[in-house]
Design a protein. Structure first.
Length: 234
């Protein structure tokens, strides 16, 4: 994609609002999941302040910065709270903790244990949802992600033995997880252009997550998925 942008003189812009600032196990997602292709402009937010203060930022390459400096000299935008001292101080403190406590290494380690694609027998999501004894195996289309950001896609296209009622499977699982004391995100409509198909779950644990907590997350998730499947069987 970057080479296409360069070919036609377009800027290579990455949205890392959710995936950036450590979520994927590296400071920027493109460092580990983007062929190390540096963007011209990058948006970051959530991991920047760690949820302690609302803050977002735009990062730009030297090429873009020089282009602005050598022409108008002004980045033409403005927001009421831009450069807000409390948010900036909070973000700085969060980034200092991430670095001093080596949290990105923990994100990589625990993330690989949770959802790596490499082995059914060694990773929790693969074993629990796609393993030989997994109730959800026939309907678990894909498990993908990295670091502390994992998505699970389910496909019930050819399944005739379930009735999920008016609520999509993903949203039923999200609600059941919450009842079982686990917070995840459920999404629908992401499997076709029309937005009429698709059941996805997203898991994004804290950077300080422990091995025991990762095991608990996987166990509760699998439990919740299986509860919904059993209750919806006709």
């Amino acid at each position: 994609m970057k080479s296409v942008c360069e070919k036609y003189g377009a800027l290579f812009i990455l949205d890392e609002v959710m995936s950036g600032m450590g979520r994927m196990g590296t400071l920027h997602a493109w460092e580990s999941f983007g062929d190390n292709a540096k963007p011209d402009i990058q948006a970051v937010a959530k991991g920047l302040g760690g949820g302690y203060a609302p803050i977002g930022a735009i990062l730009m390459s030297k090429k873009v910065a020089d282009g602005i400096k050598n022409t108008s000299g002004l980045w033409k935008h403005g927001h009421t709270y831009q450069g807000q001292p409390l948010g900036c101080a909070t973000a700085l403190a969060v980034q200092e903790v991430i670095e001093s406590e080596n949290l990105l290494e923990n994100v990589r380690t625990q993330g690989a244990y949770l959802g790596s694609h490499l082995s059914f027998s060694e990773t929790l999501l693969q074993k629990g949802l796609r393993g030989p004894n997994a109730l959800a195996a026939p309907y678990t289309f894909d498990i993908r992600g990295g670091g502390g950001f994992w998505g699970i896609e389910f496909d019930f296209t050819n399944a005739t033995n379930f009735d999920f009622g008016k609520e999509a499977f993903a949203m039923r699982v999200q609600a059941r997880c919450l009842k079982n004391n686990l917070v995840i995100m459920g999404f629908t409509g992401g499997s076709n252009l029309e937005g009429t198909k698709g059941n996805h779950l997203v898991i994004s644990p804290a950077y300080i997550i422990t091995k025991a907590q990762i095991e608990k997350i996987a166990a509760v998730l699998v439990q919740s998925v299986e509860e919904v499947l059993r209750e919806s069987t006709v």
